[in-house]
Ligand binder design. Structure first.
Ligand SMILES: Cc1cc2nc3c(=O)[nH]c(=O)nc-3n(C[C@H](O)[C@H](O)[C@H](O)COP(=O)(O)O)c2cc1C
Length: 304
């Protein structure tokens, strides 16, 4: 089974490329598309984009269409394709993971996680690892495809993509946003490794094989930024939620979210370079400790 959701089509394209070898080998795949009852409209208006903070960060599910799972089917493998929203699992996939019957679907089942995001997925994957542990599933592989552009340039281009729908050459000269076409088509290489193990009916060694072939990579400076950012995101999330049980889209919430329209880019462009320098110094002085931390995050067991 492939579980997927995508606003722009990027993640679905990644999942299709990843499973191409399965199709060629005539492996039967059930595609389970997650559909929020109230769709997240793309491109986003700026206030709605930032209004997604509280539910993303606090992992509050939205309503999704019934999954119609067949409880008699035991899948040989489930590919959980997800994107990251504010350093957490996106609201639609988080909602799926909390839906009735998903615990049974995932129990004792091998899982491959397939991420398509901008460049920060480590904290979200920790959450996924913990939930899989709770379901009693085995994480047998992880693939994370990212936008490899410089972090600050990528932040500008992703905002152009998300808020104006302009993915290619923002302002006529900036690089395209999102995962490159080359990396999307290259995802089938990882799918080939997974297929080999599926056919052998043994998952031993797959995680390490995928990792060795570049399925996921953690940059020390991005990890430091992500860890710091996820703490700041909790504060912003509380600010937007307002603590008074206002639902997403509430006018007062949207007004507070408007503040972030200015604060987030400002924060990123003033604090970003300062943090980058601080991170470089930390990397210099505590390289061994950081390398150890990265090794743990790269693995299949939860760190936190
Ligand atoms: C509300 C929102 C927040 C996002 N936050 C992050 C983030 O924290 N880290 C990241 O790497 N990507 C982030 N992204 C980018 C997404 O992970 C993803 O790459 C992009 O939305 C395209 O996915 P799609 O397949 O759903 O179209 C965010 C996107 C949205 C819409």
């Amino acid at each position: 089974m492939v579980v997927h959701y995508s606003q722009t089509g990027q993640l679905t394209e990644i999942a299709q490329s990843f499973t191409k070898p399965f199709g060629e080998a005539h492996v039967q795949i059930d595609w389970l598309e997650i559909k929020p009852i109230k769709p997240f409209i793309f491109p986003w208006s700026a206030p709605r984009f930032f209004d997604a903070f509280p539910e993303s960060v606090d992992r509050i599910p939205c309503e999704i269409e019934p999954l119609n799972l067949d409880p008699t089917i035991e899948y040989d493998l489930i590919v959980l394709a997800y994107q990251v929203w504010y350093m957490n699992i996106s609201i639609p996939i988080n909602s799926f993971l909390q839906a009735p019957g998903v615990d049974k679907l995932f129990a004792n089942t091998p899982i491959v996680t397939l991420v398509g995001c901008r460049n920060m997925w480590v904290m979200a994957q920790e959450d996924v690892k913990n939930r899989l542990k709770g379901f009693g599933s085995r994480l047998v592989g992880h693939v994370a495809l990212i936008d490899k552009t410089n972090n600050l340039v990528g932040l500008i281009t992703v905002l152009g993509w998300m808020l104006a729908g302009k993915k290619k050459k923002l302002f006529g000269f900036l690089p395209d946003s999102g995962v490159s076409d080359e990396d999307i088509s290259g995802a089938s290489v990882f799918g080939t490794h997974v297929l080999e193990h599926l056919e052998q009916n043994s998952w031993d060694g797959l995680y390490e094989k995928l990792q060795a072939s570049g399925s996921h990579f953690i940059s020390p400076s991005l990890l430091l930024l992500e860890k710091r950012g996820s703490k700041i995101f909790k504060i912003w999330s509380r600010f937007i939620a307002g603590g008074s049980g206002q639902p997403p889209g509430h006018p007062a919430r949207l007004n507070r979210a408007r503040v972030l329209t200015f604060v987030l880019p400002l924060g990123a462009f003033i604090l970003g370079p300062i943090m980058a320098i601080v991170s470089k110094i930390r990397i210099l002085f505590s390289k061994k400790e950081l390398d150890k931390e990265i090794e743990a995050y790269m693995g299949s067991d939860p760190v936190q």
